[in-house]
Design a protein around this ligand. Structure first.
Ligand code: CTP
Length: 409
């Protein structure tokens, strides 16, 4: 049997990038031989094994044929007579379809190295279309390697367009899609992921609510970039520049969905877009079964981001409502993430990327003031149950009034 390093490990070594996990392909072996060498099978009908010591993935060279919609519908053919070239041709991109032996001799039948130099994400063969998840993967690679100057080859973009129009994307499971989305959002240029999805028509299928923001104007006084879609991409870009976590990036992407519902006669104003957007945010959250913390923050940011921007003008009672909605007493981190998302929203505007955001410290101070109310003295006064709750709220309101009065105008 011959063993080769394949996929991302070869690609990233040639790009001079750190290699984190290594995938191996084994040519000329049977399942029985692998088991005899102590490899552990990963799945019942998937010819992939884990190395007994390193735990790395070793796959038998295989050909694949699609048999029906979605990811379940694959027929694998793994046998000792499948060649390395046959295994590589079924892979997604030429830069992912190179193999290397233990002497670092490269097998590159589909010119991955040429495309690495040309900075092109190009599909290997029509077999690309057999896994629609590849549309998201290419967009993710475009986001990751944008800083190196990579773009999607026109013929690959065309194939992605056909796949998006064919209805195949709808067959993806929420789990597979979310994994790609989450990884893409955590790249340094996540806005490129959304741009590429939009360019090939996949955004319209996956997140029509985000796609609908392009072409929707906002008032120039607050939004010099005018277009809501462009603004959303800038907010996402700022979130990445400021190294925000996934929760914040997800909330940034969805914060203005309500603006896509504004009737044209009301443009460029978007009255109550925060509230109108909530059902759309909920729908996108549920479509991809986003993790609970992402779902929650996206809804809260959608509902309250304008409160964040107006923090210094809010009445103490409104400030209190905001803090209560976030349960800032038990969930301080979530409130920090809300503040971060608001700040990214404020900076994700043309020419305003460097602006200061005094609202952030003001909100933090308000949370500290409300949190400093001690419960013990109220218990000692004999408050219980709902009355105790009201008494605590009353004290917090007093604390916020004092905070607001003391804050510099
Ligand atoms: N692959 C593919 N189509 C997919 C998934 C994977 O063709 N839908 C192939 C590619 O050759 C890829 C390899 O399997 O390089 C390994 O896949 P994976 O580990 O998911 O990706 P990497 O390319 O290693 O990329 P990353 O750095 O993002 O992990």
């Amino acid at each position: 049997m011959q063993i080769y390093k394949v996929g991302g490990a070869v690609r990233d070594r040639l790009l001079g990038k750190p290699v984190t996990d290594i995938d191996w392909v084994v040519v000329g072996a049977t399942t029985e031989e692998m088991l005899a060498k102590g490899f552990r099978p990963v799945g019942a009908d998937f010819p992939v094994f884990l190395h007994p010591k390193s735990g790395e993935e070793y796959a038998l060279a295989r050909t694949e044929r699609k048999n029906g919609r979605g990811y379940g519908g694959f027929i694998f053919h793994a046998s000792p007579d499948v060649t390395l070239e046959e295994d590589l041709i079924r892979r997604d991109l030429t830069i992912n379809a190179m193999a290397e032996d233990d002497q670092q001799n490269l097998t590159d039948p589909y010119h991955g190295q040429r495309d690495l130099e040309a900075r092109l994400l190009r599909h290997v063969s029509p077999a690309f279309a057999e896994d629609p998840l590849r549309v998201l993967r290419v967009a993710r690679f475009a986001a990751r390697y944008a800083e190196l100057g990579f773009t999607v080859a026109p013929e690959t973009l065309e194939l992605m367009r056909q796949l998006s129009e064919s209805g195949e994307l709808e067959a993806l499971t929420p789990e597979r899609s979310w994994k790609e989305i989450a990884r893409a959002l955590m790249e340094d240029q996540p806005q490129v992921f959304i741009e590429v999805l939009r360019e090939c028509g996949a955004l319209k299928v996956l997140m029509p609510e985000v796609d609908a923001l392009f072409g929707v104007p906002q008032p120039e006084a607050h939004h010099p970039e005018i277009d809501t879609g462009v603004h959303t991409l800038s907010v996402l870009e700022q979130a990445a520049l400021h190294k925000q976590p996934l929760t914040v990036r997800w909330a940034c992407l969805l914060h203005d969905l309500g603006k896509g519902l504004t009737p044209e006669e009301e443009w460029p104003r978007h009255i109550a877009h925060e509230h109108k957007g909530l059902k759309l945010i909920k729908a996108v959250n549920e479509r991809f079964r986003a993790p609970k913390d992402c779902q929650e923050l996206a809804l809260l940011v959608g509902k309250y981001h304008t409160h964040g921007h107006r923090a210094l003008e809010l009445k103490p009672s409104t400030l209190l409502e905001l803090l209560q909605s976030f349960d800032v007493y038990r969930r301080p981190q979530r409130f920090e993430e809300f503040i971060a998302a608001c700040e990214m929203d404020a900076r994700g505007r043309k020419g305003l990327e460097q602006r200061s955001y005094p609202q952030a410290d003001y909100l933090r101070g308000a949370a500290t003031a409300a949190r400093s109310v001690a419960v013990q003295p109220l218990l000692e006064k004999g408050f219980k149950g709902p009355e105790l709750g009201e008494a605590i709220k009353g004290e917090r309101l007093k604390a916020l009034k004092a905070y607001k009065e003391a804050a510099p105008a």
